[in-house]
Design a protein around this ligand. Structure first.
Ligand SMILES: [Zn+2]
Ligand SMILES: [Zn+2]
Length: 280
């Protein structure tokens, strides 16, 4: 079991096999907005654990290159996916998170911890066995960074208040994150809306030059937010996600058109398509 120190929110993790040298960060696509990050012996998944059969009774929607068999391998930590040290969840939409998928992973991967919005963790804690519920950390947008210390590499998770208004009540908990994994900084935007306060808030964070920004594709097709990304935040590597077969044929050419505005744009096209970056 992981040893957890809450003093200053420091968490110690034990055991995870990995092959990435810690001066490289590997970014691998899973499905929809789901991505795996690896550096050294540390593995982080973001929005990658959801049951593709949810909601029941309709064909799996966005996840055409993730089969149910792949999903079960992912949930059980099998090759080629492996076990997470940390699972990040931006919000509760079932194309980003379902509790059964996360619960299965926690059952198979005893070092895995989960970070999600505090309101969601409060609501869903009963979905997990009591012991596993202790491995779930809820963050509020105002919280200071959560520090996680693995055996080889430290992890830091800074929550970022970003609205995702695509729900009837307009108050669904949703967080972006600035993940620091080894020496790499990764900006994750979840399903953040493009206009208005999100843009202001992201600029207010003062985040500049992250190594990677994983963003929903609509931040690239929207001129305003694209400008903020390319002029203000300036990630070294931009990874647009939330793509599926239905929208890919229209979006990929559009995204490729703006590639010149960024140092490096990688549009994932298949399961476990992987890029690795070194230190700047
Ligand atoms: Zn959503
Ligand atoms: Zn979504």
């Amino acid at each position: 079991m992981p040893r957890i120190l809450i003093t200053g929110l420091v968490v110690l993790l034990y055991g995870c096999s990995g092959e990435m040298p810690s001066d490289h960060l590997e970014i691998s696509y899973i499905a929809n907005a789901g991505v795996r990050f690896r550096s050294g012996d540390t593995t982080v998944f973001s929005d990658a654990f959801f049951n593709i059969a949810v909601p029941p009774g309709v064909p799996p929607r966005l996840h055409d290159h993730l089969s149910r068999e792949d999903e079960l391998r992912l949930e059980s930590g099998q090759t080629p996916f492996g076990c997470a040290d940390l699972i990040l969840v931006t919000h509760e939409h079932d194309d980003h998170y379902t509790s059964d998928a996360v619960r299965n992973h926690l059952e198979h991967c005893e070092q895995a911890l989960v970070v999600m919005p505090a309101d969601l963790s409060g609501k869903d804690r009963s979905q997990y066995p009591a012991l596993d519920a202790d491995r779930i950390f809820g963050l509020d947008a105002e919280d200071r960074p959560l520090y996680i210390d693995s055996q080889s590499d430290s992890l830091t998770v800074l929550p970022i208040a970003l609205k995702h208004s695509n729900d009837p009540e307009g108050n669904m908990p949703h967080l972006g994150y600035l993940l620091t994994l080894a020496q790499f900084r990764v900006l994750i935007l979840g399903d953040a809306d493009t206009p208005g306060e999100n843009l202001d808030h992201l600029q207010d964070t003062g985040i500049r030059n992250p190594d990677v920004a994983v963003i929903p594709y609509w931040w690239v097709t929207d001129t305003n937010t694209r400008g903020v990304l390319s002029q203000g935040i300036r990630p070294r590597l931009l990874v647009p996600v939330h793509l599926n077969r239905g929208n890919r044929s229209e979006l990929v050419p559009a995204i490729n058109q703006v590639a010149g505005e960024f140092e490096w744009v990688e549009v994932p096209n298949s399961l476990l398509e992987t890029v690795a970056i070194g230190l700047p």
